[in-house]
Design a protein around this ligand. Sequence first.
Ligand code: AHG
Ligand code: MN
Ligand code: MN
Length: 339
Amino acid sequence: MSQNNLITMDEFTIQETRKFKQATGDLSALLRDLGLAGKIINNQVRKAGLVDILGQHGATNVQGEEQMKLDVFANETLINILKNCTECAGIASEENDDHLSYEDTYSQNAKYVVLFDPLDGSSNIDVNASIGTIFAIYRRVSPIGTPCTLEDFLQPGNKQVAAGYIIYGSSTMMVYATKLGVNGFTLEPSIGEFCLSHPNMKCPEKGKIYSINQGNSVKYDEGMMSYLSFCMENNKEEGRPYSQRYIGSMVADMHRTLIKGGIFIYPGDKSSPKGKLRLQYECNPMTLIMEAAGGMGVSGKENILDIQPTELHQRTPIFIGSKNMVEKAMEFVKAPQNA
Ligand code: AHG
Ligand code: MN
Ligand code: MN
């Protein structure tokens, strides 16, 4: 990246917003604020290995401050930044039982609400693997000028205005999607800005990787088992089975799937028919990104984005990634014996 050709995320989103006559610039400002939260969380994540030196969660550091677990830190950072900006009326987070409606007048006059998983893949922190932050942005349905309500957060994914993630990996990247497409920005540490590095991202239509926690397969139904056998057979096009890759951090597995193609699956099983992953702040934002990049995301019964949420922390099975691979998986999962 030559320093002279850098386009910062802020410059990019402002240019994009100018394509819409009625745009007020609120969405670019909100994305900038989410990027700021990402930079602050990144700064803390980069120190994660020093936790024994700097103090464990619950321990007190030299200044007499209690150390926070990273997911609590990430949650509080996002809540505070979004509270202090003027574009967000309230939030819902994996870490809070209920949604939070900001009380000040500026926030109540804002038109957007944000749902997020502040730190995804947090069990990977101890082993220094990639983790991330996932967010979904909606236009509120409650009247502007009043406190936002639960209804604002229970909208189906097809109402998302934008969605994205920040991945704290070998480099730090912010990827976001609007209906215009998906773009990726890498943090340039010397200037502290996310810079356009992956314009107009497209998920390859075909892939060679399936990504699933196969250790759960004793609990899978017949359709899932036959699809797994298909993945492990020599397939016609490749002349070899698919490769299996699973990091256990949805952001990291999805980032690979977006760039290289493939399928990521967290299915329902006999003990958890709805799977594990959360609809509103994991599956919906990832599906918006995937669709805007040419891929798809389904629950096994319907498009993820068409599910009408009934509660904040609802779960859904998910099959997401390259279009051809998801469609192929559905031939097995939706086979008549599984109906
Ligand atoms: P979180 O760290 O936000 O709780 O999310 C963990 C999720 C997701 O990132 C990942 O895809 C999945 O849990 C892994 O689950 P298994 O360990 O059951 O495979
Ligand atoms: Mn998560
Ligand atoms: Mn989390």
